[in-house]
Design a protein around this ligand. Structure first.
Ligand code: CA
Length: 608
């Protein structure tokens, strides 16, 4: 909002500045270099000067387009202040005030997310509409709301999330990941947020930047971390940087549309042709999402600053980076390093949608497969495990294939990962069919309970998708919008409210109570958050694994078949230190003699 007032201030002057990015910055950052991008009609012909204490103008870079000036200033000696950037042409001078704020105390120590957390993924347009007044913002390109239209705007917003922070804290998750909340002022189909038109502005249909900050602060008060979605590979075609490009090389293929192949395996493929590599990385995600050229040093700095800006401004705990392998590898590695240098405890998860552990592992920090290069990306997404989990709990398990064998077999290959505990694990997300694809699957609560128990007790950082707790369904074959249905009760006048037990069916309530129990048990449980994983091969369809930390352990025993099963316990002696243990799920004490009888699809979570 400040920018608009500022625009008005200078309307009478000859030189009109339309954009200044970043909108402000901070004194005392570890990296003293600041890029200030100025956008305004024909400003390139002006002389630029700065008069300020400790702020040194190092470079002024013109672009092909005379509407841009890119300044590089050194803030090594700068204290918090507001100084003037002066643009001078002939006798006419225009002053642009620029603020360097005081950093918040301990902002560099912001704590990222890790395996002690469970992330809850929310699509802001589809979760809850806390403020119907912002559903339609005059002047924005898509200015209607239609909840019957799967690709339309539905009106959800930050207030809707803020209003349900207690619900989420009570559910037992410890972090929320929001699909992008930055401005997407596009004519259509941008409700998902992945076509950013202003990197420094919350979409006004979700709220203001101040509303975002308040929501983050409230989340923190309730013990919830906040993970923000960012997109460096592309922006929306209505971004001013694309509509009036600084230069053609700000976007790949000289700013002309060429589609990506989506085949990013070519980045690590030792046999890849140059054609495959270039089309995957430089091709555009869609025509409405131009592909940013991060090899342009100004683009690179612009993007890096946009992420630092949100961390410093809002104190977010993590970033989920969209389409990570689609952007330039070296740039992304530099970005991760610069964020980590500024915020050593922060975490970033990259969307690494690749179909094998070999390919995913390549993207993780310290991967031996990528050496001597290093992505510096601490957390990658375990898409292969998602695929296995979506089959494992539907199939019968034998000792050599199918069902839970898939999970055991996949985890035996974890040596490929530099850090298995820092994998993001999930049953589904906003881009995939929901784990509960349809009503038929929703009826099978054994399937749900085994999947949730496994997800929340195996290695990694679990993420669940909003609505999982009430068995929300979604089938990708019916359209992406159907994966992102409105949470029942998020809108005034909804026929039922699933945020309350009274609004849930008996089946939904059983699922809700189950996941809530496991989540709350997991919260702060160091055996799961920090412990080692040791497992056994499938025996008579039963999967057994142990998590252990600091002398305490949890042993999960899961029957992968729809039949009663007796298993001998002798092979598991090394993880069964006592002759009995309490099962966390049922609360009952289980005798651990020579043999154990398990009911069909039974799960035991034994605590030692
Ligand atoms: Ca709204």
């Amino acid at each position: 909002m400040a920018l608009f007032a500022f625009f008005g201030l200078h309307q009478s002057a000859a030189t009109v500045i339309k954009k200044v990015t970043p909108t402000f910055w901070w004194a005392g950052m570890d990296n003293p270099e600041l890029q200030i991008l100025l956008y305004g009609d024909n400003i390139a012909s002006h002389d630029v000067s700065i008069s300020a204490q400790g702020v040194e103008l190092r470079d002024v870079v013109k672009q092909d387009n005379p509407n841009y000036l890119i300044l590089y200033v050194d803030l090594s000696e700068a204290a918090p202040q507001t100084f003037n950037i002066t643009l001078k042409k002939g006798k006419k001078a225009t002053n642009i005030p620029y603020e360097l704020k005081q950093r918040r105390p301990d902002s560099s120590k912001v704590k990222g997310f890790d395996a002690s957390d469970v992330l809850y993924l929310i699509m802001p347009d589809r979760f809850a509409n806390g403020n119907p007044d912002n559903d339609i913002v005059p002047g924005m390109l898509e200015n209607k709301v239609d909840r019957n239209e799967q690709y339309g705007r539905h009106g959800g917003d930050l207030k809707g999330i803020e209003d349900h922070l207690d619900y989420l804290a009570d559910l037992g998750v410890t972090a929320i990941w929001l699909n992008p909340t930055q401005e997407n002022d596009m004519p259509e189909g941008s409700y998902h947020g992945y076509a950013i038109t202003d990197y420094f502005q919350i979409d006004r249909r979700y709220g203001s930047n101040e509303d975002f900050l308040r929501m983050v602060n409230k989340a923190h008060e309730k013990g919830l971390k906040v993970v923000m979605d960012m997109i460096f590979n592309h922006c929306g075609s209505h971004n001013f940087l694309f509509k009036d490009k600084p230069s053609k090389d700000w976007f790949n293929f000289k700013s002309e549309y060429v589609g990506t192949s989506y085949k990013t395996a070519s980045v690590q493929d030792v046999h890849a042709s140059e054609y495959e590599y270039k089309i995957a990385v430089d091709g555009w995600f869609t025509q409405a999402m131009p592909d940013l050229n991060q090899r342009n040093r100004h683009v690179a700095k612009f993007l890096i600053q946009s992420s630092i800006w949100w961390i410093e401004y809002a104190g977010i705990n993590g970033i989920r980076q969209d389409t990570h392998p689609y952007a330039d590898y070296d740039f992304m590695a530099r970005w991760c390093k610069e964020v980590n240098d500024e915020y050593p405890n922060f975490n970033i998860v990259g969307e690494t949608w690749l179909n094998s552990n070999v390919l995913v592992s390549f993207w993780q920090k310290d991967s031996k497969l990528a050496a001597p290069r290093n992505s510096n990306l601490k957390t990658v997404m375990d898409f292969p495990l998602m695929e296995h989990m979506n089959k494992a709990f539907d199939e019968e398990t034998s000792d050599w294939s199918g069902g839970l064998y898939r999970l055991y077999d996949y985890l035996t290959q974890d040596l490929v990962y530099a850090d298995p505990m820092n994998l993001l694990t999930f049953l589904d997300n906003h881009d995939t069919s929901r784990f509960t694809t349809n009503d038929e699957k929703a009826k099978n609560l054994n399937r749900f309970k085994q999947a949730i128990t496994f997800l929340l007790t195996t290695r990694g950082i679990p993420q669940i998708y909003y609505g999982t707790e009430i068995l929300m369904t979604g089938d990708k074959s019916e359209g992406d919008g159907m994966l992102r249905k409105d949470f029942p009760g998020g809108w005034a006048g909804d026929s039922r409210n699933c945020f309350e037990a009274s609004g849930r069916t008996a089946q939904e309530q059983e699922a809700f109570e189950f996941i809530k129990k496991v989540l709350n048990w997991r919260k702060g449980n160091e055996v799961i958050g920090k412990g080692t994983l040791k497992h056994f091969s499938i025996n008579q369809g039963v999967y057994v694994y142990e998590r252990k930390y600091n002398g305490k352990s949890v042993v999960v025993i899961m029957n992968g078949n729809d039949r009663k099963q007796d298993i001998p316990l002798k092979p598991y002696a090394e993880v069964l230190p006592k002759k009995q243990a309490k099962d966390m799920l049922s609360g009952k004490v289980v005798a651990l003699d020579n043999q154990l009888t398990l009911g069909e699809r039974e799960i035991l979570v034994l605590e030692f």
